[in-house]
Write a protein that binds this ligand. Structure first.
Ligand code: TEU
Length: 558
């Protein structure tokens, strides 16, 4: 182990992400809620995870499913009350599970009292909480595009000025250069910490510091707007260090920054080993590998060689200097199984276990997105009426109206890459609505819930769920999985992902087959007399040459 790699509870933990709207509905309104989560805490305990990352549960008009917050210190009515929240937190702590809250402070809702004030007049005390600018030649103040299509500026007649929104017009960007904004955000964070939460996942935190003067961004061929100059901005590290002094350093927290556009060099600052900023970052390089000419709207698939190259780069370059978050899916991404493997019925179970092995054996903190532990798959959306996600709906409109992509292709791309794939309800059992709700679910269920559901998984020793349990438990038994050094073998193979982990005398060999064909591999000398730590096949002993079944995964201990 590198000498500067300090032991920390959050390095040894496995995190489970709950998207509350789709997790469990207790009152039949078709929307998941906190009481629903409470009723499933024993399920989480059974799985063995250590931390829950809870997507936003604050009061919100739900333009972007809770990522548009109108009151940071109140619970969304559809989800329950603050009392329910306190009970949920206590229930988690009783079971030894920690809670990480989503912190969405790059922007608020336009219904947040700060913005309601801000928009009233040019000299309102809250005016500088947001970015207000004059138009330029009858147009927007600059050429920035919103991440949710169209311009990032909205004209407001009240004061004849525009305000900035990198996401929806109902998500105005906060002006972090204003010390009062920072003060108010930090005091809100302290309030949650005093309640006893265990950390924050920080939404688009890499975007909080905008380049001075808000200069035009680069316009890619065919695009109407430019790319905003907002990631890893000039003061982002200064503001996070201030946040650390004012809030984070007073508690024993786990913090993870959602850092789109983060580079290795930047990640080393955000997740610096000296703890002056955050515990770890989410980087997005591996989930951008299958992007095409129009970004995510494509049917491209990831090439395994590229995937290995990117993962290995993050593994080796952060080692000892910062800390990785390991994820293949979340509420913004399609289902990992459908995207990186195969959800065909004959391979689904093997493949889900293989992907889990490949990810969980790496250095970093693994994240399980709800339903991944059941081997849930992308959902067929037959028409646009079934789509709920603002990003997909806006992109469909823009891409088809401009004639960039045909409606048929766009629906196909939404099926492959849209965020709703991960947002269909958790599949608890084979009963109506998969046991998620007694009412009408807010979004369609994946029709495969009769075969793929928690009840069936729990009853089966060989299920994806049972395998996740073993994988998660292994982490606490084998320090090498947490702290060992990573080394990639066979970089040129387009079907096998092979790597080692080493910590002092201990050494593991991880072999994962990403193909639906049989594939043979000759073991390196030192592992030939090793033993099998975990695997998704029926294999019992190690041989010199191993012929792997389609999507087989194997971990051998020297
Ligand atoms: O996501 C930030 C982000 O970069 C996404 O918008 C991403 O570009 C897209 O989802 C992938 O195609 C965070 C949240 O995770 C997301 O749910 C929110 O919509 C967004 O911020 C705004 O708060």
């Amino acid at each position: 182990m590198k000498t500067d790699m300090e032991r920390k509870w959050w390095k040894e933990a496995v995190v489970y992400q709950i998207y509350p709207r789709s997790f469990m509905d207790s009152d039949g309104d078709g929307v998941g809620d906190l009481k629903g989560i409470i009723s499933k805490l024993d399920y989480l305990k059974e799985l063995g995870i250590d931390v829950v990352w809870l997507s936003p549960v604050y009061q919100s008009p739900n333009d972007d499913n809770g990522y548009d917050i109108s009151d940071y210190q109140a619970i969304m009515e559809e989800f329950g009350t603050m009392e329910d929240f306190d009970r949920m937190l206590a229930g988690m702590h009783e079971r030894g599970i920690k809670l990480v809250m989503d912190l969405v402070v790059n922007h608020t809702s336009d219904e947040h009292p700060w913005f309601v004030e801000s928009r009233k007049s040019r000299d309102n005390p809250y005016r500088d909480y947001y970015f207000w600018r004059e138009g330029k030649d009858g147009r927007e103040p600059n050429n920035w595009a919103s991440c949710f299509s169209g311009s990032a500026w909205k004209y407001d007649r009240e004061t004849d000025m525009y305000y900035l929104h990198l996401f929806s017009p109902k998500q105005p960007d906060l002006n972090w250069d204003n010390p009062k904004v920072r003060r108010d955000v930090f005091s809100m964070m302290n309030w949650w910490c005093e309640k006893g939460i265990d950390g924050f996942r920080m939404d688009v935190i890499s975007m909080i510091s905008k380049e001075e003067g808000l200069p035009d961004g680069k316009v890619f061929p065919g695009a109407r707007y430019g790319w905003p100059n907002v990631v890893n901005g000039p003061h982002v590290h200064e503001y996070l260090q201030e946040m650390n002094r004012e809030v984070l350093s007073h508690y024993d927290l786990m913090t993870v920054g959602e850092c789109s556009g983060v580079t290795i060099e930047e990640a080393k600052k955000y997740a610096r080993a000296d703890g002056r900023e955050l515990s770890m970052v989410f980087q997005f390089e591996h989930v951008g590998l299958d992007d095409g000419k129009y970004g995510k709207w494509t049917d491209r698939r990831v090439d395994l060689r590229d995937f290995k190259k990117v993962m290995s780069k993050w593994q080796t370059e952060l080692s000892g200097k910062a800390w990785n978050s390991l994820f293949l899916g979340n509420h913004d991404q399609p289902r990992s199984l459908s995207r990186f493997g195969s959800d065909a019925p004959e391979y689904r179970v093997m493949c889900a276990k293989m992907l889990a092995t490949c990810l969980h054996m790496m250095q970093g903190t693994p994240y399980v997105y709800q339903g991944e532990e059941l081997g849930m798959t992308n959902c067929p959306f037959d028409s646009l009426d079934e789509v709920r996600d603002i990003e997909s709906l806006n992109a469909f409109k823009e891409m088809t109206e401009t004639g960039t992509i045909t409606p048929e292709d766009m629906l196909r791309y939404i099926n492959l890459r849209g965020r709703d794939n991960a947002r269909t309800p958790m599949q608890w059992d084979g009963s109506e609505n998969a046991g998620f709700t007694k009412g009408t679910p807010w979004i369609k269920l994946n029709p495969n819930y009769k075969e793929i559901n928690a009840a069936a998984e729990l009853a089966d020793q060989d299920s994806v769920f049972s395998y996740y349990k073993k994988l998660i438990a292994l982490r606490t038994q084998e320090t090498v999985i947490v702290y060992g050094d990573y080394q990639l073998l066979e970089p040129e193979s387009g079907s096998l992902y092979v790597y080692t982990r080493a910590l002092k005398e201990e050494k593991l060999l991880v072999i994962c087959s990403f193909t639906n064909q049989e594939e043979c591999y000759e073991l390196p000398e030192e592992f030939r007399s090793g033993s099998i730590l975990i695997g998704n096949g029926k294999r019992e002993k190690v041989e010199e040459k191993i012929c792997l079944l389609p999507y087989e995964a194997l971990v051998i201990k020297k």
